[in-house]
Design a binder for this molecule. Sequence first.
Ligand code: UDX
Ligand code: UDX
Ligand code: ADP
Length: 470
Amino acid sequence: APVKVTKICCIGAGYVGGPTCAVIALKCPHITVTIVDLNQARVDAWNSPDFKLPIYEPGLDDVVRQARGRNLFFSTDVDKGIKEADLIFVSVNTPTKKSGVGAGFAADLNYVELATRRIAHVSESSKIVVEKSTVPCRTAESMRTILEANSKPNCRFDILSNPEFLAEGTAISDLFGPDRVLIGSLQTPEGKDACASLAGVYSNWVPTNRILSVGLWSSELSKLAANAMLAQRISSVNALSAICEATGANIDEVAHAVGYDSRVGNKFLRASVGFGGSCFQKDILNLVYLSESLHLPEVAAYWRQVVEMNEYQKKRFSKNVVDTLFNTITGKRIAVLGFAFKADTGDTRESAAITLIKDFQAERALVNIYDPQVEHNQIWADLTEAIPNTPLENIKKQVTISASALEACKGAEAVVIATEWKEFRDIDWALVYEGMNKPAFVFDGRLIIDAEKLRKIGFKVKTIGRGERV
Ligand code: UDX
Ligand code: UDX
Ligand code: ADP
């Protein structure tokens, strides 16, 4: 029969594990939730008295305020967390491998494996182990093999896959009202019982018709597939944006018209300077790697093109800036508004802004960056990684971080909007215009500004997916 879950441990206090398990604690006051992480600074931040949490997510501090100390705890004592729990989420990072077999494509499963081995090593009672990190197909099977090979008498491990579909910036509302909760299990009586135990946790706030039970491998593949198809929509609309710019059509009108078809749907069709984030590229590359290892080269090539189109979109955008500024930006100042990969997050992983700034730097432009959330240290770390063989002090000769959008635009020849922060819509553009060199250009990579209004002020405006004259 299904075990009634009373103690949950989550290994990994990152963007996924932190918000997810904080919401579980909030919605299930009868369950004790302990989130453990090896990173002391991260755990300290989760425990900080003034709620300066390690990640920025609207509504998150409110959830943590309500549950922390009641039934939600953060700790670096991984072993204790494992020992006490009857259900364990594995929510550690799974970055793309940087070396070895599959470098640049395959997921680095080292952290998953280490966490799994730790569970096997310290457990003194039976556990339901839930794979929460996005991982390639059949990882659960490897986890199961490790757990079973190391289990002790009276200690049984049931493995589930329960991928998380939250998007950053809307994590809390996504968790409060998910489109669906997906649980994959072995189709054995024990597997189905474990699935029912986890479903019992979610049913405290998620309607049961939104909790889907499938096989272990279907669950793993569904997560990769969902992200690949979402990214594919953006690459499709971005490919169309290039046609719009070349022909004078308007991508907003095209996306609107296409999205009205209920078979297509109207969400997630916004042309942009390119998608970013920790998931889309990584998961597609995983799918490509998986397809290749299954000897399906046509399938691999199909998905790879989604990433290539995204790279092309970023390159096309920075080339457009150079071309428009009379074929040279050497020594010219460019304000980049936004550094996060999307609005309402401080996360910069795979952000299009990084690629743009790298391109501007290579053209020897001067760049002012402003982002309302991203930590300065993060910007410097990202640029140092993106621009190899250049010491930070040299990068700093070309790149400055500004304290406001207005300050970033001062003395610039061009403003580039890289992230759709709401505040960029409400900038005092007349004041920006006064402070800029003329002709003053605006490149809207996010379709957020009113181009006509800016043209009346005097700006020359270029918008993604619009073919009109500047
Ligand atoms: C994504 C998935 O949405 C989520 O379900 C999964 O769990 C993790 O990956 P996330 O990366 O946090 O979430 O954000 P998302 O809103 O999907 O945006 C990804 C990127 O696509 C961002 O750079 C965003 O700006 C871009 N995007 C999104 C567009 O360019 N156009 C759109 O219409 C939507
Ligand atoms: C299509 C468009 O749907 C329609 O809006 C447009 O005006 C003309 O082209 P049609 O070709 O008549 O219409 O049929 P449709 O139902 O779209 O099917 C096209 C093909 O896709 C068929 O071979 C169908 O079997 C196949 N299909 C459709 C699938 O294989 N899977 C699906 O999920 C849907
Ligand atoms: P995600 O976006 O998938 O949540 P993050 O990198 O934000 O990824 O978070 C993963 C967290 O997992 C990190 O804080 C990292 O320190 C933690 N972690 C990785 N391996 C282990 C482990 N074996 N035990 C405990 N925590 C771990």
